[in-house]
Write a protein that binds this ligand. Structure first.
Ligand code: CA
Length: 228
């Protein structure tokens, strides 16, 4: 079931949207501002939503700024976003699309119009992400969605952690030397300590839980991902 977050400060609109989505086969969660959204997104117990409805006029941080932040963040970049805009706010619409919003609906909108826009965006997002998912042992990783599942659980990784794991998955079974990994993830000019690599491996193992055992240390050489 698709889960949708609705960020809207006006309680009656938010409740109506959450209610409508609920009866049309979605799981919906209402959030009243950007802070509440941040808390919901960073909850380690929860998967990321499949789509976010984001109002522009919000108390505190406005929707455009929240959109900008989400699209800059590798963890959230690929979550489709539909903006809720005020009538006549053309500049907001253009800016939202430029910043990577998938669509917008102008207030006041009909609930069935909103539902059909949501379905269209979800269809596009799922066909976009098709065939990109790689499964290896207990891991499932998608580069486009930048998502990682370990034993079916969504794992939140930083950019570098994701790149490192992605590389290990895609070279599965083959030993990657420390230099190869450092070069590929941090670049040839990396002037930091090679301990950085070990620190990232340690965090990865920890975040992956039991699946973390798949990362094998090849002493004095590098790392390899094992299937079991
Ligand atoms: Ca509002």
């Amino acid at each position: 079931m698709y889960e949708i977050y609705c960020v809207e400060d006006e309680g009656n609109i938010r409740d109506l949207i959450v209610y409508t989505l609920g009866v049309t086969g979605f799981e919906a969660r209402g959030l009243h501002d950007g802070k509440a959204l941040d808390e919901a997104l960073s909850d380690p117990e929860k998967c990321l939503p499949d789509l976010i409805l984001l109002d522009i006029m919000l108390p505190g941080e406005d929707g455009i700024s929240i959109l900008h932040r989400l699209k800059e963040d590798a963890r959230y970049r690929t979550i489709p976003i539909i903006m809720l805009t005020a009538r006549g706010a053309e500049y907001d619409k253009v800016q939202a699309l430029d910043l990577g919003a998938d669509d917008y609906v102008t207030k006041p909108f009909g609930m069935m119009e909103l539902v059909s826009r949501i379905k269209a965006v979800l269809r596009r997002a799922s066909s976009y992400s098709k065939d990109d998912t790689v499964r290896f042992g207990r891991l499932e990783i998608s580069e486009k969605k930048r998502s990682v599942l370990a034993d079916g659980e969504q794992i939140v990784l930083t950019n570098k952690e994701f790149e490192l794991l992605n590389l290990l998955v895609r070279s599965s079974g083959i030993v990657m030397t420390r230099d190869q990994l450092l070069d590929a993830i941090w670049g040839h000019d990396f002037s930091g300590e090679s301990r950085t690599l070990d620190v990232h491996i340690a965090t990865l193992r920890q975040k992956l839980g039991n699946a973390g055992e798949m990362i094998e240390t090849i002493r004095g050489v590098g790392y390899r991902l094992r299937e079991n």
